[in-house]
Design a protein around this ligand. Structure first.
Ligand code: URA
Length: 300
């Protein structure tokens, strides 16, 4: 039976699970006798199956983790739905990314998990491209054209993204393209935090199925949601983050994380083309990481 938890407790619990995930611990057990009595001060009834930091108090562990994270640029990722985290995903054990993605799409169904389903969306925009791509681009949300066609980045911003991909020496069909949220917000407004949190677990599962080497977050909404960092684009760009999709793990033990870089959203570049030079630097960083030839001049 579904359990209803106080949102504050749910958030704190998800935070603890995310913290253990960051330590490389994914398996948990619940002390059944305490589950019904969970409170904010009693989070220890969710235990890691084995903790290398068992001798440290939770607050010591947390402080050290924050230090480590800022020192090495490890990304925290939000996932407040800890029962999703704890439950087994139906695609676990499915090695073929295409099949895993199909399962995730089926699980998403005709989604009504957030308000966007009743605010004029025509269809869910799941993602498109090479299901075994080394490179993934993640944007914010579908716009009108994407909502019409059911595919991310097909409007004007999409044309520019295509040019950016081409400038990297790749074709659109070589990469995988998705968004933080899968339904068009009315009037193309910025997605609400709750919408991002409700929808992004599906994106995390898509990432774990595709297992990209590199993720490029397009714009501030994508970057801040994926990294759970509230920072300016100037602070976010120009470095690598070690990105582990939160709440999920890949079937492939050799893949635990992707390298994530942040660049400007193509829609922003359409408004301020002078920043294309900066975006090209970000893409070159990604090209180097993917061992693509960086001698080409950017033509986006
Ligand atoms: N902007 C986005 O962030 N995503 C799209 O799919 C289209 C425009």
């Amino acid at each position: 039976m579904p359990r209803v938890l106080d949102p504050e407790l749910k958030r704190a619990l998800a935070e603890r699970i995310r913290y253990y995930n960051e330590l490389g611990i994914y398996d948990f057990y619940r002390r059944e006798d305490q589950v019904s009595a969970l409170t904010l001060t009693n989070l220890t009834s969710i235990e890691p199956a084995a903790s290398s930091a068992a001798h440290e108090s939770p607050s010591q562990q947390r402080e050290q983790m924050i230090d480590r994270r800022s020192a090495v640029g490890i990304a925290a990722t939000p996932d407040e739905n800890m029962f999703e985290v704890l439950s087994t995903k139906p695609e676990y054990g499915v090695d073929d990314p295409a099949r895993a993605l199909k399962i995730i799409r089926e699980d998403l169904g005709d989604c009504t998990r957030c308000v966007l389903h009743k605010q004029g969306r025509k269809q869910i925009v799941f993602g498109v491209g090479n299901q075994q791509a080394d490179l993934m681009f993640i944007g914010e949300a579908p716009g009108a054209d994407e909502d019409q066609q059911g595919e991310p980045f097909v409007g004007r911003a999409g044309q520019l993204l295509n040019n950016m991909i081409k400038a990297m020496g790749l074709r659109r069909e070589d990469v995988y393209i998705a968004n933080i949220i899968k339904c068009r917000p009315p009037g193309n407004r910025t997605p609400e935090r709750e919408e991002c949190e409700t929808c992004s677990p599906f994106l995390m599962r898509q990432i774990a199925a595709i297992k990209p080497k590199v993720i490029v977050a397009l714009g501030a909404v994508a970057a801040k949601t994926l990294l759970a960092i509230n920072a300016s684009m100037a602070e976010l760009r120009g470095r690598w983050y070690d990105f582990k999709p939160s709440g999920v793990r890949s079937n492939d033990p050799s893949w635990t994380s992707a390298k994530l870089a942040v660049t400007y959203h193509p829609a922003f570049l359409l408004r301020d083309p002078r920043q294309k030079k900066e975006a090209w630097k970000d893409l070159q960083m990604a090209m180097k990481e993917l061992a693509l030839s960086v001698s080409k001049k950017g033509s986006a």
